[in-house]
Design a protein around this ligand. Sequence first.
Ligand SMILES: [Zn+2]
Length: 286
Amino acid sequence: MSQFFAILLPLYVHWTFGGAGNEWGYEGEIGPSNWHNNYPHCAGSRQSPVSIRMNEVIVDSNWLGPFTMRGYDTRDNVCMHLENTGYTVQVNIQGEPISITGGGLKDTYLVEQFHFHWGRLDQRGSEHDIDGIHSPMEMHIVHYNAKYKNFSEALDKSDGIVVLAFLFEVGNHNDHLDHIISHFEEIPYRDNHTLIEPFALREFLPKKLDIYCRYSGSLTTPPCYESVTWFIFYETIEISEEQLHSFRQDVHQNFDNGTITDISDDFRPPQPLYKRKIYCSKKEDD
Ligand SMILES: [Zn+2]
């Protein structure tokens, strides 16, 4: 019987998705509500993102202390590779290890890459929301547990991945973002990539990192492994309308069937919290 399905399942997937097999996206038949057909973990009970309702969080300032960040403030011996993955723009990081610990973590986690999710309109784009308010963009700095050999080995382990998530707010021009935006013309389509001048990651982040919330969740893209400890920071990063426009217009997604669209609206909607709790270091600036 299982052999029968082993033969039929790939055929079914082939017919349904026009030959792409495991192709997924953010709209239509291959959108988030159907991811679980090909990626069963996406229907799990500890999925991300989630809505953070501030009147339901648990404040634990003793457990959720400050982070210790190593290598975040230097660009020496760091190699940064900017890539259009077709789903986002991503900076892959190699070289001198950059790490975090603290925030109630038992282990040290090494930076692998960071990437963005953004909307076609200012009212949407972020994956996480606070009290129902979505930001126009969200940045994820993805780390893996140093006790595993590499990122791929850590990806499906329950303590494998830590993501630091930062929400954006429309405002002044952010010079630091130009390190990335200025290279968009070199990565207009999926799989385009280019080396960029490295910069210190800390430059990108807000000043105050002591107010944040933490919960257990998943990758927000297939295969949706429930391997991520999430940290969502309260202070936002500024970005100008003009810079958001570059994200919306300059990088594209080209599907296997030949369609080309912009990458905008590359966010998964909030998932049910079920039995999980969200813990915060403080409620807000006080
Ligand atoms: Zn992400």
